[in-house]
Design a protein around this ligand. Structure first.
Ligand SMILES: Cc1cc2nc3c(=O)[nH]c(=O)nc-3n(C[C@H](O)[C@H](O)[C@H](O)COP(=O)(O)OP(=O)(O)OC[C@H]3O[C@@H](n4cnc5c(N)ncnc54)[C@H](O)[C@@H]3O)c2cc1C
Length: 233
């Protein structure tokens, strides 16, 4: 891929996570030229008519011109975030292997302010802060389970049990990492669902960072996406 990516593209988040834009072949012209090939035309510079074209394509949901680009992200996140992420089938994933490599002892411990209660009914939950005492109790409970889980994992591996089996003791708060390659159309679908007030807080934090990279690479497309109510074309 051709790189238009600034050298330091790692954004750290949560307690041990990051999003890194590894590479991108993605700009607004990829949308314009995907559409203008219908008339055997090709542009090398964006102008106002191209911005208007992108807006038209977005508004009328002509989606395929938004597919002629690629973003390759490297992500480190808790397993429960990755499980939500991997539900997005339009894209390619490769993940760290707990069969071939040893697990790390990094586990997600939410910040005090992120420990929350769940109020209401499915589909209409709100998430409210808990008392500082309950937040601290939650963190201590998680820490105790994480420590015991990792200790057991190491004991099993040391005793000769295969990593692929010993990993069964690891909770979904354990960190994993993966590569994700995705085009702008599927990326906007991801953002509409995961950088949303309805998404779980933790994946939303990741989606906010992903959206920042998307906006940097494809500012006109991103602006249209936001203006037109964040509906992926
Ligand atoms: C707030 C929230 C709560 C959720 N809760 C649950 C839950 O409780 N249980 C659960 O299982 N999932 C849940 N999900 C996951 C959700 O159902 C989707 O699987 C996930 O968001 C991926 O969305 P997507 O299918 O649009 O994305 P992608 O898989 O990336 O697909 C992109 C688009 O391609 C098209 N497409 C892809 N595959 C097909 C196909 N097979 N047939 C037809 N069209 C296709 C669709 O237009 C789709 O929107 C939740 C998601 C969110 C955001």
């Amino acid at each position: 891929m051709s790189a238009h990516v600034p050298p330091d593209t790692t954004v750290e988040l949560l307690d041990h996570g990051f999003v890194r834009l590894d590479d991108a072949l993605a700009d607004d012209l990829s949308v314009v030229n995907g559409a203008r090939v219908s008339f055997a035309r090709r542009k090398t510079q964006m102008d106002d008519s191209d911005a208007a074209l992108i807006r038209f394509l977005m508004r009328d949901r002509h989606g395929s011109p938004f597919e002629h680009n690629a973003f390759r992200f490297h992500i480190r996140c808790p397993i429960f975030v990755a499980r939500e992420w991997f539900r997005h089938r339009i894209g390619s994933f490769n993940e760290f292997s707990l069969r071939y490599a040893a697990a790390s002892d990094d586990f997600y411990l939410p910040a005090i302010a992120d420990v929350r209660s769940q109020v209401g009914k499915p589909g209409a939950y709100t998430f409210e802060p808990v008392t500082p005492a309950l937040a601290e109790q939650t963190r201590e409970a998680l820490q105790a389970v994480y420590a015991k889980a990792y200790e057991t994992y190491e004991e099993l591996v040391a005793a000769g049990v295969a990593r692929e089996l010993a990993r069964c003791v690891l909770p979904v708060g354990a960190y994993t990492q993966f590569y994700w390659t995705v085009n702008a159309r599927a990326l906007m679908n991801f953002l509409s669902l995961r950088n949303s007030e309805f998404a779980q807080l933790e994946i939303r934090r990741y989606a906010e960072v992903v959206e920042g990279f998307f906006a940097g690479q494809m500012p006109v497309t991103h602006a249209c996406f936001v203006e037109l109510d964040r509906v992926a074309p």
